[in-house]
Design a protein around this ligand. Structure first.
Ligand code: MG
Length: 393
């Protein structure tokens, strides 16, 4: 019996998975909670609140659910009490109008080898002070037409929700470190969002992502300036860590705030919900599925909605979709199919395309309903890493 689980990348991840192996091998796959407890205890001194250990546990947990439900011949969503909906809404992440920059496991931008960079993931070590490549850039003309074009294409494909990066590289940013938006930058952001809103009309949901790059003051100014354009959410406006800065942005920005992809535990989400967060966006490839459900149910007590962060392949996206089906407060799921040419090919057992008209419909197959195509996964593995116990035969 084989089950598969996908988790979020991290430096050293596969070594952690291998190190945890003795705590899982030989166990009963029905003992998921107890096995997870053992894993958490084993790594508690190094990783009590989140991080790479939790990523590894998320993968192991998902694989266990897949095995258990295959043993019982039921889909995961049915074992979890059934679906509120089997057709899940997705949003198209349109970035800055173009494709997403590919990052390696230490967040350095790279040209992925499958796009012709040769048989290597090596990159010159040049990590920008801002996550996501920074804003200040000399002589960058922001092409608003690229945003509206991409938004139009997404709507054409059937999406009812789109998301754009708001931490746009531009020549008006005065400083790479102080997280302050200059007045011209603020004007530019409003111009971009207004153009997207006009292009998609009033019935399409539009979200924007700040990738933790703004100060509280700038985030509040941006949220207020964008309020007339009725955004679905302003994502990750300020860096994680300052509850008070976050609380002020939530209360004062006049635009709903979403956050959560850097948080791992329901206790951490409890603080955010107490601060007034309206949309929780956990990454289920980091939190794991049991904790993810707990976070979703906690949010429900606050009538906050759940919009999972998700950059996984079709495998991990289906894991997130099964969970999303079983919580009433789900609104919309992220995906990055358009950025990854082999996104779909890594799974078998389901008719392509997995995403149709901006939605995923869950099938009635056991587990998460798919298997990993190990050939394809092997071809696209991280370079210089072992592949499970051995390469596929
Ligand atoms: Mg994000």
């Amino acid at each position: 019996m084989v089950g598969y689980g996908e988790c979020f990348f991290a430096p050293g991840l596969t070594a952690v998975v291998r190190e945890l192996k003795p705590l899982v091998v030989g166990g009963d796959s029905f003992d998921i909670r107890r096995l997870l407890h053992n894993l958490r205890t084993a790594g508690f001194m190094a990783s009590p609140h989140g991080g790479v250990l939790h990523h590894a546990m998320a993968a192991i947990e998902a694989a266990l659910w897949d095995i258990v439900d295959k043993r019982l011949s039921v889909p995961v969503y049915k074992l979890w009490g059934g679906a509120y909906r089997r057709r899940l809404r997705l949003y198209a992440d349109c970035h800055a109008g173009e494709g997403l920059a590919s990052l390696n496991s230490i967040n350095a931008p790279r040209v992925p080898w499958w796009l012709g960079a040769g048989d290597t993931d090596a990159v010159p070590l040049e990590v920008h002070p801002r996550y996501h490549g920074g804003r200040s850039a000399e002589a960058i003309e922001v092409d608003i037409g690229a945003y509206t074009k991409r938004a139009g294409e997404a709507v054409e494909e059937g999406y009812t929700a789109v998301k754009f990066d708001l931490d746009i590289p531009n020549s008006y940013a005065r400083d790479d470190y102080n997280r302050m938006l200059s007045p011209q930058e603020l004007e530019l952001l409003v111009e971009v969002v207004a153009a997207v809103r006009e292009a998609v009309g009033p019935t399409i949901d539009v979200a924007v992502d700040c990738h933790w790059n703004f100060s509280a003051e700038s985030a509040i100014a941006a949220g207020r300036a964008l309020a007339p354009h009725n955004l679905m959410w302003l994502e990750d406006p300020v860096p994680p860590g300052s509850d008070e800065a976050f609380r002020r942005v939530v209360r004062e920005s006049a635009t709903p705030v979403a956050t959560g992809e850097h948080h791992y535990l329901a206790t951490q989400f409890a603080h955010l919900l107490e601060a007034g967060l309206l949309i929780v966006a956990p990454d289920l490839q980091k939190t794991g599925l049991i904790e993810g459900r707990r976070i979703a149910e906690l949010a429900e007590l606050y009538t906050a909605s759940v919009a999972p962060h998700n950059i996984a392949s079709a495998l991990g996206t289906l894991q997130a979709a099964h969970l999303s089906a079983t919580v009433p407060n789900f609104t919309v799921l992220e995906h990055h199919r358009l950025d990854v040419p082999f996104w779909e090919e890594v799974v078998t057992g389901r008719e392509a395309p997995v995403i149709q008209d901006g939605h995923i419909t869950l099938e009635d197959k056991p587990g998460f309903g798919v298997d990993l195509d190990e050939e394809v996964a092997y071809r696209h593995r991280k370079r210089d890493e072992p592949f499970f116990d051995a390469a596929p035969a």
